[in-house]
Design a protein. Structure first.
Length: 71
């Protein structure tokens, strides 16, 4: 999940497929620290995992509602 319209469509499809087959839905979002292109950079105060988790939660809630029909 990256928040794009195509990923939201994929989430809708996957949720419906999971509902039809009794499967569990496991949306994911990946992240990586930004490249500094040879310049030193301090990202120690940035919670990339937390930001990805919050973005994913927001997208799931936006597309499937607060209480999705599938686990």
């Amino acid at each position: 999940m990256d928040g794009s319209e195509s990923s939201k469509s994929a989430l809708r499809w996957a949720a419906r497929q999971a509902e039809l087959t009794g499967a569990e839905l496991r949306p994911v979002q990946a992240w990586r620290p930004p490249s500094t292109y040879g310049m030193p950079g301090d990202c120690s105060d940035t919670d990339f995992e937390g930001q990805a988790r919050e973005n994913l939660r927001h997208t799931i809630e936006e597309v499937l509602g607060e209480r999705p029909a599938v686990p």
